[in-house]
Design a protein around this ligand. Structure first.
Ligand code: AMP
Length: 419
């Protein structure tokens, strides 16, 4: 049996990095008073397949199936739509209130797997719903940046663009289409298909000949209203004040169609990342909440990819505190002492010591060898003599010292040593 293409296992030797990253995310969110939401991994098909959403992700990459009662179901390809569905269904949106929530979970997309791109992958993201204000946009971008930079990841830049409101985007789409139409035959096959369905996506084509054709094309920023221009400048002023490294990229459109106004992507310039260099991204959405049955309020959100954050840490040599770390193991000198050793293990565990126990019947020598290999600091050794005297031996593996300790003093002794 093999795992499904595009998936991966988190093995015991790598799992502490995942736990560390997840703790980090929860801590940063808590600091900003953002509340955690968890929604199902699958939703009704219509939550993601909305009429207005013509992105590749939704039209070509979703895992859709019928359940045993014939209901059309989709595995979530992204976090936002399900979270908004839940917020609307549970009537969490109140007037004059900005709801701040975050999620962390798996998403599913039928994409071509490559480095940093999987068919099951994890994202964390924030949605702030209820108001449209440049301060909120700037705050959200800063939190996304903080989540990355506080891990110690360097060489990160925020790419920013303004897509304008619905009307200016429509006008721009039309102008871009009219401009590219005469060159249609010279466009790549993908871009030709997008010309009628979603011309904005041609802007972020990676194909050089497409980019060459776009050189003299009308620019998005020429279509944006004065009000939106000012809004964008207000965001930039705040980012400047707080020293967030950003670049304006007028070709940045992002994959999803629900975005309007500001969009951003956080990219890393770390060597070895390859083409999948976006750690995350997001933007504002005006119509998504109402499309999913809620009131007419604006929201803003982003998502970061956890696999890519871990890859960035790995490439930059950032090591994590081992959150699975065990301080001490209880070993037994002979099989018939295992039960007594087990009781010491349970006692220490109940008293919050990070303790391990070897449940196999390995020889003492092997137990000790394993403990040394696991980089443990202490082992507690129990033999005949110790049982008879109500004592144990505590060996400091780093200092290579050993002491006899009374059974009732073990906890005190360890607490002092582990300080
Ligand atoms: P998106 O939801 O497409 O805006 O993606 C946001 C972030 O999620 C990206 O910048 C990546 O870090 C991550 N991501 C998206 N798709 C994948 C994937 N197939 N595999 C791994 N990470 C992904």
């Amino acid at each position: 049996m093999q795992k499904v293409k595009g998936t991966y296992d988190v093995l015991p030797q790598d799992s502490s990095q995942w736990l560390f990253l997840e703790h980090h995310i929860h801590n940063v969110m808590k600091k900003h008073h953002i509340s955690y939401v968890r929604t199902p991994v699958f939703e009704y098909y219509d939550v993601f397949h909305r009429q207005t959403e013509a992105s590749d992700m939704v039209t070509k990459e979703t895992y859709d199936f019928e359940d045993r009662s014939g209901r059309k179901i989709t595995l979530r390809p992204e976090g936002t739509a399900g979270v908004i569905r839940s917020i609307v269904e549970n009537k969490l949106i109140a007037p004059n209130h900005v709801l701040k929530t975050y999620y962390l979970g798996a998403n599913y997309r039928y994409e071509r797997p490559q480095k940093g791109r999987y068919r099951e992958f994890y994202q964390t993201g924030i949605e702030m719903i209820g108001d449209k204000d440049a301060i909120l946009d700037a705050e959200l971008i800063q939190i996304a940046y903080e989540l990355i930079s506080k891990l110690g990841i360097k060489q990160v830049v925020v790419k920013l663009n303004h897509l304008g409101d619905h009307e200016s985007r429509l006008a721009y789409k039309e102008a871009l289409k009219n401009y590219l139409e005469p060159f249609k035959d010279q466009l790549s096959e993908d871009s030709q298909n997008r010309l009628s369905s979603n011309p904005l996506r041609i802007l972020d084509s990676k194909i050089p000949s497409d980019q060459a054709l776009l050189k003299d094309a009308p620019r998005l920023d020429q279509f944006i209203s004065d009000e939106d221009q000012k809004y964008f400048q207000d965001i930039i002023k705040i980012l400047n004040t707080h020293n967030i490294p950003y670049e304006i990229d007028t070709k940045l459109v992002r994959g999803l169609d629900y975005y309007a106004h500001v969009v951003f992507e956080i990219q890393t310039l770390i060597e070895g990342f390859g083409s999948q260099n976006a750690l995350g991204g997001g933007g504002r959405y005006d119509n998504l909440v109402s499309e999913l049955g809620g009131p007419d309020v604006s929201g803003i959100g982003f998502a970061l990819g956890l696999e890519r954050l871990l890859l960035a840490c790995e490439l930059q040599g950032i090591s994590f505190e081992d959150s699975n770390h065990i301080d001490v193991a209880v070993l037994h000198l002979d099989k018939h002492l295992k039960k007594e050793a087990y009781e010491i293990y349970k006692f220490l565990q109940k008293n919050n010591i990070n303790v391990d126990f070897d449940f196999s019947n390995k020889t003492f020598k092997t137990q000790l060898k394993n403990a040394i290999q696991s980089n443990l600091n202490y082992v507690i050794i129990l033999g005949e003599e110790e049982v008879a005297n109500n004592t144990v031996q505590i060996k400091n593996l780093k200092a290579e010292t050993q002491e006899t300790v009374k059974k009732e003093d073990i906890l005190n002794y360890l607490n002092k040593q582990l300080g």
